[in-house]
Write a protein that binds this ligand. Structure first.
Ligand code: ADP
Ligand code: ASP
Ligand code: MG
Length: 426
């Protein structure tokens, strides 16, 4: 008997009809002779609605209360799905994250898993039930409080359960047919990828392809969990993410032996900070980034200009838009100590990344990349590269156009239009 973990995202359980549809799919999987564990997200845009509600009450919600509030979204869907499955003649039991043994550290809003002890879920399966687990939440043993794992964290709940329970596969059900060469909401000719390496998928997720939570890809790679990303609205085969690049892949006749040069494009909205007029001498960058680290901001791209004849330089970096205010305040407070002249903050810029494990062996990728942006008349403000990625920062209003232009320039456009079945893309 196989053990299958299925995760259904918010758009797949948006209303009663959708929950009933998912229940039929789960029951069918069970009746094919499998044990099934289901991880659910909150219904539709519930998490965003709860965030808006809290913002209507206060600008400074307590982290602890915020996590209790947000974790309630997943509790609603898990109970409703259990009822829908019971209605179809199978039995299901739902569990909150803490009941399912998802033990995390005590950092609210971005808690990390420390231990996963799904004993109660095992018992439930052994008694012939379908186990349902609320996504994106856990409990800290230290503080005894409910925690959440960050937006999109239900994917990580599913992969962690699949690893702990030694599942045969972890299926991530969403509102598109799999992982595409670009966000199908932006590029209608995006092409579905049949098999992606963990390495490429990590870069895609790290650079904004929210179809998989970054931490779920990391976790799947570490624990060798097979991921199948697919639509809950169709029966189509989705995208397989191969956990171990060393794993032997069976190549069908006629299939290319090498991985493609380019896997796809990812995009994200970030903020940009420019610190101008910094004395060009050792220790100034360290002073800046220590201040930034102290307030807990994760920075992304960093660029320093060559200093001018006044021996002053500028440093720019990108950061999550939500961290903008606190970072700005912290730097402003240390203006004298660091010795800079000016701060310039842009709350929204576009980050566009081209990802592909094959590009490390192929010259000319950068030339084609920058030519395509030039032809589209798009100006670039920051550039960063890795062995398998080229990223640029553009004006926010140019971001989607840049993704489309690059998708076409790299020959990724498909003959057919990609289907987006549901969801608001929020
Ligand atoms: P769920 O609610 O099921 O977790 P998400 O909204 O988190 O779904 O992720 C699915 C969405 O990810 C798609 O609707 C799509 O707009 C977006 N997306 C971004 N990049 C990609 C990509 N490369 N391939 C597929 N979807 C992508
Ligand atoms: N409901 C949470 C969110 O919207 C977690 C998830 O769906 O993965 O981010
Ligand atoms: Mg998601």
């Amino acid at each position: 008997m196989s053990l299958i973990v299925q995760k259904y995202g918010g758009s797949s359980v948006a209303d009663a009809e959708s929950i009933k549809r998912v229940a039929r799919r789960v029951v069918e999987t069970k009746r094919q002779g499998n044990q099934v564990v289901v991880v659910v997200s909150a219904m539709g845009d519930t998490t965003d609605d709860l965030l808006d509600l809290a913002a209507d009450i206060t600008d400074h919600p307590q982290d602890r209360e915020m996590d209790i509030l947000l974790s309630s979204g997943e509790r609603m869907s898990m109970a409703l799905l259990a009822m829908a499955i019971n209605q179809l003649g199978e039995t299901a039991q739902s569990f909150t994250g803490s009941q399912a043994g998802m033990i995390t550290d005590a950092i609210h809003g971005k808690a990390r898993l420390i231990e996963v002890n799904p004993n109660r879920v095992h018992e439930s399966l052994d008694s012939g039930h379908i186990g349902i687990v609320a996504g994106f939440q856990g409990m800290s043993r230290e503080s005894k409080d409910i925690t959440t794992m960050g937006r999109g964290g239900s994917d990580t709940t599913a992969v962690a359960l699949a690893a702990a329970m030694n599942a045969d596969v972890c299926e991530i059900y969403t509102d598109v047919d799999g992982v595409f060469t670009a966000d199908p909401r932006v590029v209608s000719r995006a092409r579905k990828i049949d098999v992606a390496s963990s390495e490429d998928m990590l870069e895609m997720a790290a650079n904004g392809s929210k179809v998989l939570h970054l931490r779920s890809v990391e976790y799947a790679r570490r624990f060798g969990v097979k991921l199948h990303v697919r639509s809950s609205f169709s029966e189509k085969e989705g995208t397989w993410v191969i956990p171990d690049p060393e794993d032997k892949i069976t190549i069908q006749e006629g299939e290319p032996l090498e991985q493609p040069i380019i896997t796809g494009l990812a995009h994200a909205t970030e903020a940009r900070m420019t610190i101008a007029g910094i004395p060009d001498e050792p220790g100034r960058a360290a002073a800046i980034f220590n201040v930034v680290a102290e307030v807990g901001t994760n920075i992304d791209m960093i660029v320093q200009d060559v200093s001018d004849e006044t021996k002053k330089t500028n440093i720019s970096f990108t950061l999550p838009s939500d961290d903008g205010r606190k970072t700005l305040e912290a730097l402003e407070a240390q203006k004298g100590a660091i010795g800079f002249e000016d701060l310039d903050f842009t709350p929204e810029v576009g980050k566009v990344s081209l990802v592909g494990g094959g590009m490390r062996h192929h010259p000319g990728v950068s030339a084609k990349f920058f030519s395509a942006l030039r032809d589209a008349g798009i100006n670039i403000t920051l550039i960063s590269t890795s062995e398998i990625r080229v990223s640029v920062i553009t004006k926010i209003e140019d971001m989607e156009r840049a993704v489309e232009a690059l998708h076409t320039a790299f020959g990724l456009d498909s003959e057919e239009e990609a289907t987006v079945y549901a969801g608001t893309g929020r």
